[in-house]
Design a protein around this ligand. Structure first.
Ligand code: PEP
Length: 253
């Protein structure tokens, strides 16, 4: 059985003081469940240490929201996988749609980031998902297939726990319109099949989570689907109460 995973992506929110307070609130409310399910917080880079301080001694894990693929050198403004590990991160989110679309990140950049991060011992959450236009044209699976194939081809994975695929339909992110559980399951089971063509038997053991307007109300039905192993949560992760409620539901199994 795959261990459930709930990750909070705080995006470009939270000053250090606010971040520490939010992390403390999440740990207080969910710390007891962190053995049963993977709980991950992804604050902005500037708050990694403040959040890391609050997570110390708990099993709640720290993630970064982005990474560069080189280890060191003349790459002004970038941060390497080794630097993230040094800052206390065990996870990194790669290829979020906001990075792909606003920051023009390509599939090749995503692939290089995944490879470099795994090599440095970080665990990876890689995001894929279709645009509203692709969905309207009936190209959801085609879009997601291309992203998964380009992200995973040539990547070495020893432990299936090190790689998580987040299916995040772009039209559902931050909009309040989530995919129905059946829609998400349809795409996520296809993703598992696509991953199987690349990773073989490991694909049955990697986790595929859903992201896109997840909240306390919809999480239960989403998690009832066999290929939805958890959630990547944006807006609802910015309040300790809602994050904790999502984690508690995931912990019920
Ligand atoms: C996200 O940022 O990955 C996300 C899913 O955001 P939200 O939950 O706000 O839609």
């Amino acid at each position: 059985m795959r261990k459930r995973l709930i990750a909070g992506n705080w995006k470009m929110n939270m000053l250090r003081g606010e971040a520490g307070e939010l992390a403390r609130g999440v740990v207080e409310r969910t710390g007891g469940l962190a053995e049963k399910i993977d709980i991950i917080l992804a604050p902005p880079f500037t708050a990694l240490d403040a959040v890391g301080d609050e997570l110390r001694g708990s099993r709640v894990m720290l993630a970064a929201q982005n990474v560069f693929w080189e280890e060191r050198g003349a790459f002004t403004g970038e941060i390497s996988p080794g630097m993230l590990a040094d800052a206390g991160c065990s996870w990194v989110i790669i290829g979020h749609s906001e990075r792909r679309h606003i920051l023009r990140e390509t599939d090749e950049m995503v692939r290089m980031k995944i490879g470099a991060s795994l090599k440095a011992g970080l665990r990876v959450i890689v995001c894929v998902g279709e645009t509203l236009g692709e969905r309207a044209e009936g190209h959801t699976i085609k879009a997601v297939d291309a992203q998964v194939v380009k992200a995973l081809t040539g990547i070495d994975i020893d432990d299936p726990g090190d790689l998580v695929i987040a299916y995040e339909p772009i039209w559902a992110i931050g909009t309040g319109h989530h995919a129905t559980p059946a829609e998400a399951e349809f795409v996520q089971s296809a993703i598992r099949e696509i991953a199987g063509n690349i990773l073989g038997d490991l694909a049955a053991r990697i986790r595929i989570v859903y992201g896109g307007s997840v909240n306390e109300e919809n999480i239960r039905d989403l998690l009832a689907e066999p290929d939805i192993d958890g959630a990547l949560v944006g807006g609802a992760s910015l309040k300790a109460e809602s994050m904790a409620s999502i984690v508690e539901t995931a912990g019920e199994q």
